[in-house]
Design a protein around this ligand. Structure first.
Ligand code: CP3
Length: 373
């Protein structure tokens, strides 16, 4: 049964047969779809120009600006998807948390959440109060964007509860997220409460993007690589499942293929990505993802083996190689594509975000190369 609006790009048939969505659904594509994490942003001169005088989070909450920034890399590079321009801390900001993004540093909190009392204060805001009205600038930006994108899918995204909690507890960027991991063990009840609240806030943000027209959803657990498998499974995975439950029920129908009887119901594909998460790949799939994003530290065939050879994968060009001579980059990309054959399907991406210094012409050339193979 269709639970998306009939005008949604997936339900209306605009993006359901795109290379990206089909690869996310497990169908290998003759041409491997490609997009880049952080494709919007500082590597593009047109982005730097537009952002002059506007703070990062204000840019995210300005629908026309957020939409234009989302579209810039799609126009320039011809990638197979747009990723919505926003930030993982936006739902925190919308929930009234004092958070800002300091240029060159990252998210910084006015007051860190360190104790059970801090957790009680934070979670006093009912996640249900983040309603359609609160997310209106997000939904509006998505609507403007998908109208321009036509049959190119837009990917919505959100931060996973652990990565958000790492910022909340530390108060800013940190290396090993040690205070967050201490709270997890020192006060498991407060930790669980913090994680459940964060899951509902970030899940609502993701749902708002999909309902407004995103054709896939990516959960970023960027910092989960600092966790042991046991801590991940016990103290983090349940909250990630809870976050994804906010979009898991969203489905669309595809017409019956030739010869088949009935239309098929599919869920909006969900991608789950983390950095340094080679040991967690299977657990990250099991929280309720359809596709697993792999960073550059392990080869895709090994990642696929760890996933039982049955899970679509996304990744994993080493961003460091973008600035190497073209022949070196080309050989690396071919190697990634060949290793990706081990999985049922593959979406080419970087193993983490585009570095700000990257020459955008290299990204354009890379897309042309992949599309012409
Ligand atoms: O193109 C895209 O990928 C879409 C936009 C996007 C942004 N942030 C825009 C942004 C996405 C998907 C994110 C997610 C995000 N934000 C993550 C998860 C992905 C990852 O990289 O692991 C994390 C951990 C954050 C938190 C965050 N926000 C950091 C670490 C930073 C960088 C700080 C800096 O200045 O180096 C930000 C700011 C940010 N988010 C920028 C952009 C384009 C740079 C801000 C600027 O241009 O001034």
């Amino acid at each position: 049964m269709n639970t998306l609006d009939p005008t949604h790009p997936l339900a209306a048939g605009r993006t359901a047969s795109s290379r990206l969505v089909r690869a996310y659904q497990g169908e290998r594509q003759a041409v491997t779809p490609v997009w880049f994490m952080r494709q919007a942003g500082r590597s593009l001169p047109e982005y730097r120009e537009l952002r002059v005088g506007t703070r990062m989070l204000d840019a995210c909450l300005d629908p026309a600006l957020a939409s234009e920034i989302t579209l810039q890399p799609v126009r320039r590079h011809g990638v197979d998807a747009g990723i919505f321009f926003s930030d993982i801390v936006i739902p925190l900001r919308l929930a009234g948390v004092d958070v800002d993004i300091v240029p060159g540093k990252g998210p910084v909190l006015g007051s860190p959440v360190r104790t059970a009392e801090d957790v009680d204060r934070l979670t006093a805001v009912d996640p249900a109060s983040l309603d359609a009205e609160v997310f209106a600038p997000i939904a509006e930006a998505v609507r403007i964007t998908i109208a321009e994108l036509g049959d190119t899918p837009l990917i919505g995204f959100a931060g996973a509860p652990f990565t958000l909690a790492a910022y909340l507890v530390e108060g800013g960027p940190s290396k090993d997220h040690i205070r967050a991991r201490t709270l997890m063990h020192a006060d498991p009840a407060a930790w669980a409460k913090l994680m459940a609240w964060t899951a509902d806030i970030t899940g609502a943000f993701l749902r708002a993007q999909v309902l407004a027209g995103a054709s896939a959803a990516q959960l970023f657990d960027s910092w989960a690589g600092s966790l042991s498998l046991q801590d991940y499974t016990e103290h983090v995975a349940p909250a990630s499942t809870r976050a994804l439950s906010h979009v898991r029920d969203l489905t669309y129908d595809v017409p019956a293929a030739d010869g088949a009887e009935d239309a098929q119901t599919r869920n909006v594909p969900i991608v789950h990505f983390g950095v340094g998460t080679g040991e967690l790949l299977k657990a990250m799939h099991e929280v309720g993802a359809d596709v697993v994003g792999v960073d550059y530290r392990i080869p895709l065939d090994e990642a696929s083996r760890r996933l039982g050879h049955v899970v679509p994968i996304q990744g994993n060009i080493d961003p460091a190689v973008l600035d190497a001579p073209w022949e070196v980059l080309e050989a690396h990309v071919v190697d990634v594509l060949e290793r990706g054959v081990d999985a049922p399907s593959h979406v080419l991406n970087l193993g983490h975000g585009v570095p700000p210094e990257t020459d955008p012409a290299v990204l354009t050339r890379l897309v042309e190369f992949v599309h012409s193979r």
